[in-house]
Unconditional design. Structure first.
Length: 489
């Protein structure tokens, strides 16, 4: 492959209509720019986990506030992903990506300078909006830059970034916080994004491929209903335990479920009218797509809930340093990233059968960790080693499920399917922290002894094991749909 390739660029003719001209781009530079941005956005989903105890001490934050610091980012990220993909079609993927990087960088600076937890939560929401603006454009820019074998290579690297970004954040966050650069504690985990973002903005100026613009409608009703559904369900789950599960929380949950039903009805009506719904019904109706999406969501919920709960246990309960916690999760990070990048090298006939056994064995590993932690002890050497294999199993399951979901839809629906899957990944992260984190705090109680911390961590691990079994069952349903579709064909 040459280092430059033509890319379409729109210009206006004398009659006011747009045509396309060609301008050279450097594919390898484009690949680097968009994958670094993707990795940076994914990193900030999890890098905060190892800093929660430090943030709690420095800003005097309660349990609900800590959950909002972690999950507020992913709530906004999840809600606006699909709409941002639609805006990329209308305004240009290159412009949306650059704008997202700029907003993410400014919000990261604000997070690093936040004077209290309320400002930190607000800036995390803005940071999530920047990530949601940037990330959906990555796949589209890759598809328009690469063709043939080079596209396969680029998508392989993209999958590796998706597989490793969140878990690597645990290790990197521990290193940064424990280094205590200039006595700044947790703040560098956000400030480190600023120079990276500036480099992306400078290096990407005029070098990203320009794209023709679409006039596809935005579906504001769908956006509002999706936003309300997520907010009304997640907020009471995060805040409910600290306020004794008040009536307003149950009302919000009920209204949130009503909004989910209204969203489904709205999307169907728009599709029947020939419009452009936020969630295309034919994508969701593809054989096995919904079951696969649920399996991915549950898998990521388990990962996020485990890392939030056990990370807090190791720091606040046992007094371990952020670096020690990061190194504890290091083997899982390595296994997840390595398996996510290499699982395709396994014999192709095995690919459809990988997810179910991987998730079942993975869930058993959490039973081992729960037994290790239930009495207030730290993780044994055996449990630490097992996390390497657990991470590998999770990476295999995640990578295969994600690829399988995209393979079930039409080529023209791939961007929508990708947006839905990434949204489900982020919703899994949100629900994992909110639900498993809430159950962790409920199990902890108010005694604060090592035994109570250990009990709470064990409860969280058993819940994650159950969630992983549910993901395996959902993946089994996916396999059933595929086999039935194959018989029909």
């Amino acid at each position: 492959m040459t280092d430059t390739a033509p890319s379409p660029a729109a210009h206006t003719r004398g009659d006011g209509r747009q045509t396309l001209t060609e301008r050279p781009v450097r594919p390898n530079l484009v690949l680097t720019l968009v994958l670094v941005g993707q990795f940076m956005a994914l990193l900030d989903v999890s890098v905060v986990n190892v800093a929660v105890a430090t943030i709690q001490n420095d800003l005097h934050a309660g349990g609900s506030a800590l959950e909002l610091v972690v999950s507020g980012y992913t709530i906004v990220y999840a809600v606006f992903l699909i709409t941002s993909a639609r805006l990329g079609e209308r305004w240009g993927y290159d412009r949306m990506y650059t704008g997202g990087v700029a907003l993410f960088t400014l919000a990261s600076l604000a997070c690093g300078l936040a004077p209290n937890v309320e400002f930190l939560i607000a800036f995390r929401l803005i940071q999530g909006l920047g990530a949601a603006t940037m990330v959906p454009q990555v796949m589209s820019l890759l598809q328009r830059t690469f063709t043939g074998p080079e596209r396969i290579r680029a998508l392989g690297l993209y999958t590796a970034v998706l597989s490793s970004g969140m878990v690597v954040g645990q290790l990197l966050g521990g290193v940064i916080v424990d280094a205590a650069l200039f006595g700044s504690g947790w703040r560098p985990i956000f400030l480190i994004n600023v120079p990276i973002g500036l480099v992306l903005l400078i290096a990407g100026r005029g070098r990203l491929p320009r794209t023709p613009r679409s006039h596809r409608a935005l579906d504001p009703v769908g956006l509002v209903l999706l936003s309300l559904s997520v907010a009304l369900i997640v907020v009471p789950l995060v805040l409910g335990h600290e306020h004794g599960w008040p009536l307003w929380g149950w009302i919000m949950l009920t209204v949130g479920l009503i909004c989910v039903a209204a969203l489904a009805i709205s999307q169907r009506r728009i599709a029947l009218r020939g419009g452009s719904p936020l969630l295309r019904g034919r994508v969701l109706a593809a054989p096995g797509f919904a079951a696969t999406g649920l399996a991915v969501c549950l898998t990521m919920a388990g990962v996020a809930g485990f890392m939030f709960s056990v990370g807090l246990y190791l720091q606040a309960g046992l007094g371990q340093s952020p670096l020690h916690v990061g190194l504890t999760f290091g083997p899982m990070a390595a296994g997840f990233g390595l398996a996510g990048a290499t699982w395709r090298k396994l014999p192709p006939h095995l690919h459809p059968r990988l997810a179910v056994p991987a998730l079942l064995i993975y869930s058993a590993g959490f039973g081992l960790i729960a037994w290790d932690l239930h009495d207030g002890s730290s993780m044994s050497v055996t449990a630490r080693v097992s996390t390497l294999f657990m991470g590998g199993l999770a990476g295999i399951a995640y990578g295969q499920l994600f690829a399988s979901a995209l393979a079930t839809v039409r080529v023209e629906d791939a961007p929508d399917a990708s947006g839905i899957m990434v949204t489900l990944v982020q919703l899994g992260n949100v629900l994992g922290v909110a639900v498993i984190g809430t159950l962790f705090f409920n199990a902890l109680g108010s005694t604060g002894t090592n035994a109570s911390w250990g009990h709470a961590a064990a409860v969280a691990c058993w819940i994650v094991a159950g969630v992983s079994v549910a993901a395996a069952l959902s993946s089994g349903v996916r396999n059933f749909h595929h086999r039935r579709a194959a018989r029909v064909l």
